[in-house]
Design a protein around this ligand. Structure first.
Ligand code: ATP
Ligand code: MG
Length: 422
């Protein structure tokens, strides 16, 4: 019996994790510049949190959730997205009471969706996302968008396209909803069964359908932007002005609707326009979700956020040839030539590490030559050689691998010597 990783998941081996860590630290540093602080919520939540907030006519809730019953009979779901859990925590911990509003949070963690595996689409993937909760200022919409763009640009990506749209407020959406029903109803028989269900429940979802994407009625469907009331149109105008003030380029796409129900007003996506990127071009998606807090039992707390997966981020870096160079280096490698030297080496190794020096030695009883090769492979800055003579003199041979110079150093002074030489 051979075991394999479950379909849609993957192991990240050390060659990969270095790249991940580089991207993760760039993300954390960018969040610090914008004063977003990290929040970590559980991997699973009560199922109802997602059915209520994400919406029960969405693909996520209908087809993609990993839902299970625990031994106590509770229905739990592996989180498919991060916004609902963060808003749940915001309400539960009464963060709306903090003097610092909006509350600005970020998260980075595994999400789970039962999807068909393809490039850039996994069943377990890692999303980095931010949420700014408590402010209805259009300037914070622009800040959130700018943070996402900044993360990509600081990583060196250039082939980016920002697409924005406004979904309007409740009143605008209601007017648009009616127009959509009028538009699709006469020919709804030509659409998939999901769309037929969506028609009365949530016709906006039809525009997001992956099956009927090519149907001619899709392109001619009434655009949300034509149904914005004055307040919503003015809000969208202010968001655009703030983006202009930040010098961020964008295109408005009136057909951009997002795959989750809780969005209103600003919606946006960032795409990769790089040739090498492949079929799925969306790197990041986000939007405003006024009303979500109330929907899950909290006070009024307008919010906006986005999510991007690290997997697609790395694909874009690969496509643009901007993958971070990561090299694991060792400060010192101890080559020990016999049994007694090995015992001394163990002691020295302990000392070096206590002094903050990254060090290793051979544990395979290898010959000197093979040990030297191991030191080379591990890119050791210094090789410390201990044999019979060295033991007798209480001093090791130290070779600087960068310039080939050698010296003899007392065992007790190895740490300070290495520090002063590097
Ligand atoms: P799509 O239309 O590609 O299915 P979505 O609307 O489901 O995207 P969101 O829920 O907005 O995506 O998630 C935000 C981001 O998370 C996406 O832009 C993408 O970077 C990433 N993402 C979503 N689903 C997956 C997945 N299955 N595997 C890897 N990354 C994903
Ligand atoms: Mg999806």
């Amino acid at each position: 019996m051979m075991f394999k990783v479950p379909r849609g998941t993957k192991d990240l081996l050390p060659e990969e994790t270095g790249k991940w860590q580089a991207v993760e630290s760039l993300i954390r540093e960018t969040c610090r510049l914008y004063r977003y602080e990290e929040i970590r919520t559980p991997i699973f939540e009560q199922t109802e949190l997602f059915t209520r907030s994400v919406g029960d006519t969405t693909d996520i809730v209908q087809k993609e959730m990993y839902t299970f019953e625990d031994r106590g009979g509770r229905s739990l779901t592996l989180r498919p997205e991060g916004t609902a859990p963060v808003v749940r925590a915001f309400v539960e911990h009464k963060m709306f009471g903090s003097p610092d509003q909006p509350v600005k949070l970020y998260y980075m963690g595994q999400m789970f969706r039962y999807e068909r595996q393809q490039a850039g689409r996994y069943r377990q993937f890692v999303q980095f996302g931010v949420e700014a909760i408590g402010s209805a200022s259009p300037a914070i919409d622009a800040e959130v968008i700018s943070l996402a763009m900044d993360v990509y640009q600081r990583a060196g990506l250039k082939d980016l396209k920002l697409v924005i749209n406004s979904l309007g407020d409740k009143e605008s959406r209601e007017a648009h909803r009616e127009a959509l029903i009028r538009h699709f109803e006469p020919s709804i028989g030509e659409f998939c069964s999901d769309c037929q269900n969506r028609l009365q429940k949530n016709p906006l979802r039809i525009l997001d359908c992956k099956v009927d994407r090519e149907h001619p009625l899709m392109d001619s469907a009434p655009a949300l932007t034509d149904y914005l009331n004055d307040g919503s149109a003015a809000y969208f105008g202010e968001v655009k002005k703030s983006l202009d003030a930040l010098g961020i380029d964008y295109v408005v796409d009136p057909n951009l609707v997002r795959g989750l129900d809780y969005y209103n007003h600003t919606a946006f996506e960032i795409m990769s326009t790089s040739d090498g990127f492949g079929a799925i071009t969306t790197l990041c998606g986000g939007g405003r979700y006024n009303g979500l807090s109330e929907d899950i039992g909290g006070p009024e707390a307008p919010g906006i956020g986005f999510a991007m997966s690290i997997e697609r981020f790395l694909m874009a870096l690969e496509a643009e040839g901007k993958m971070p160079e990561t090299e694991s280096r060792l400060d010192a490698f101890i080559v020990a030539l016999d049994e007694e030297s090995r015992k001394e080496a163990v002691k020295i190794l302990g000392n070096l590490r206590r002094e903050g020096i990254a060090a290793d030695m051979d544990y395979m009883d290898r010959k000197m030559k093979a040990q030297m090769k191991a030191a080379d492979r591990q890119k050791a800055g210094f090789v410390i050689v201990i044999g019979e003579d060295e033991l007798k003199n209480g001093a090791a041979g130290v070779k600087n691998m960068a310039d080939g110079t050698q010296e003899t150093v007392e065992f007790g002074r190895l740490a300070e010597t290495l520090k002063s030489r590097s």
